[in-house]
Design a protein around this ligand. Structure first.
Ligand code: NDP
Ligand code: OXD
Length: 310
């Protein structure tokens, strides 16, 4: 089916996306918002963020496809009401997220973060290699990404627990669900990986109280959204020695300002929102499937539930 797709992203390459879509469906036209004219002629939008002027003029859109698994960057309140929105779930994205989580967990588990600091301080201090059995990992969010991360870490030999809104049975993973289980979950691990959806219920969930309830010497790995973490609380708990270290792929302000306090905390590693990668070649079939569904008036794959917020 032919059609016109609006593209808007400050991090994804429109030419690579146009080529990937054209390879599968030559009659599809992908137009970057910077050159888009006649907005009413667009059928579908592929967006990391909406164009600066918003989507108001694109009044015939049948659906919006996020260029991410998350959707908060789209600023839901500004999207045209009633137009369905889908998240992007892509095997390449999942694999890159799993890789990132495994790397961050191992770095803290094997003390590479400490050894990096010792190296700079010209210090040699032997410590016996730890056992994975003594380094349980807790995953906040057991959706597509959290589930895949949990299973990989378990396969690697870590005891793994997970926390989500509703219970999701996962082989070999200790499950916790809902606010009532949160205290037990927070006591269950040494490293915590956050891959929650960001909603009004999960904003600021990593705060003084919850991180304070983690066992002393715990590690925090945030791969969800910057809004999950109260940054000043983490900085205070790191300075107090309660949290031993953190790996943060997402921050409340991206790019982070040069004077951000985390840049002065050796225990905190910041990566510039690189944990997950969307590859046009791998994700294009999913986008085309959703384009076809939108044109046929069928429900989208990976549809966002506006009431749930994810
Ligand atoms: P899913 O929607 O599949 O999973 C979201 C998880 O959050 C679910 O387990 C859900 O619980 C849980 N959740 C939502 N609200 C609550 C709540 N109130 N209490 C407890 N748990 C809750 O999303 P994905 O796994 O695909 O992606 C997760 C997030 O990862 C994205 O929203 C995005 O922000 C982030 N991300 C970051 C990337 C990066 O590069 N840093 C790349 C890709 C994604 P339930 O299972 O019960 O519904
Ligand atoms: C996403 C992201 O949500 O890259 O996919 O953050």
């Amino acid at each position: 089916m032919a059609g016109k797709i609006l593209f808007s992203s400050d991090i994804d390459d429109p030419a690579a996306w146009a080529a990937a879509l054209r390879a599968l469906r030559p009659e599809l036209e992908l137009v970057d918002w910077r050159v888009a004219a006649e907005p009413e002629t667009f059928d579908f939008a592929l967006l990391w963020k909406p164009p600066p002027g918003g989507l108001g003029p694109y009044r015939n859109l049948k659906a919006i496809q996020s260029l991410g698994a998350g959707i908060n960057q789209l600023d839901l309140g500004t999207l045209p009401p009633g137009v369905p929105l889908a998240r992007l779930i892509d095997p390449h994205l999942t694999e890159t997220m799993v890789d990132y989580a495994v790397t961050a967990v191992h770095r803290h588990f094997r003390g590479f973060d400490r050894f990096e600091r010792q190296t700079r301080a010209r210090r040699w201090a032997y410590e016996a290699p730890p056992a994975k059995a003594d380094f349980p990992v807790g995953i906040l969010g057991l959706g597509v990404l959290g589930g895949a991360i949990a299973q990989r870490l378990r396969t690697l030999g870590f005891p793994v627990s997970g926390w989500s809104r509703s219970p999701r049975p996962l082989d070999g993973i200790t499950l916790f669900a809902g606010p009532e289980d949160l205290p037990a979950f927070l006591a269950s691990a040494r490293a915590f990986v956050c891959v929650l959806a960001l909603t009004e219920h999960t904003a600021g969930i990593l705060n003084r109280e919850t991180m304070g309830a983690m066992p002393p010497g715990s590690y925090v790995i945030n791969m969800g959204r910057g809004g999950h973490l109260v940054e000043a609380d983490l900085a205070a708990l790191v300075r107090a020695g309660h949290i031993a270290g953190a790996t943060l792929d997402v921050l409340s302000q991206e790019p982070a300002p040069a004077d951000h306090p985390f840049y002065d905390l050796p225990e905190v590693l910041v990566t510039p929102h690189v944990a997950g990668g969307i590859a046009p070649g791998s994700a294009a079939p999913i986008v085309i499937e959703n384009f076809d569904r939108a044109m046929a008036g069928k429900p989208l794959l990976n549809l966002v539930d506006p009431a749930r917020g994810y």
